[in-house]
Design a protein around this ligand. Sequence first.
Ligand code: PGA
Length: 253
Amino acid sequence: MNRKPFICGNWKMYKNRTQTIDFIKKLCSETLDLKDRDILIAPVYLYLDAALALTENTAVLICAQDVYFRPEGAYTGEISPVQLRDIGCTHTLIGHSERRKYFFETDEIVNLKTRSALWASLMPIVCIGETREERQEERTFDVLSRSLKNAFHMIERDQAENVTVAYEPVWAIGTGLTATPEIAQEAHNFIRKTLAELYGREFADKTRILYGGSVKPGNIKGLMSMEDIDGVLVGGASLSYEDFMKIIRFDCV
Ligand code: PGA
């Protein structure tokens, strides 16, 4: 199955305006020839507009790090999917483990946000993954199955086709501990089987599943060589231009 590799950088709450602009400008000019993969950056909300202006007619996609599930209203501090679409933003992360941990997002909220994003024609990258305790207690597959089914609750197949899934084992995020390619592949394969249960084999074969958690230039090749790993969601290493370029060019160096 031919799934286009998808390399995503999640900048979290890092980089000021100048750093954001300089990085994205360089990235756009150096990736013009890379048509065989999708490249995406999720800067902080504040600089989305500037980032979108810089990436017009380039290979770089721009993504929000989160979205609220109402189209508008008295929700101080929140940003709606309609507003993100209004500035030309096409993608959003949903359910990142830091949102779940620090901002108490539940599977139910993740589902509401996913449905709302899709309704507004915003393409969600939905993050799921088990904690260290859940893995130790051999509950990984239960957690993945539950969070995946909850995320897609009440979403029709034609809408679900716009979702990318990111498998991010919580124990590997920002810890330097990467899942081995084999551990990641096992989880990705399980996720794909679960997607097939939900929407059929053809759907599952088309859906891209990203790996996230301490991805670095040194482990990208091994991860991307796995059958069910279609791309990566990179935190720390995406902040360094040199490292992120190496990750993007995983098979061209
Ligand atoms: P990390 O973060 O690459 O720094 O582990 C990944 C993520 O949070 O998406």
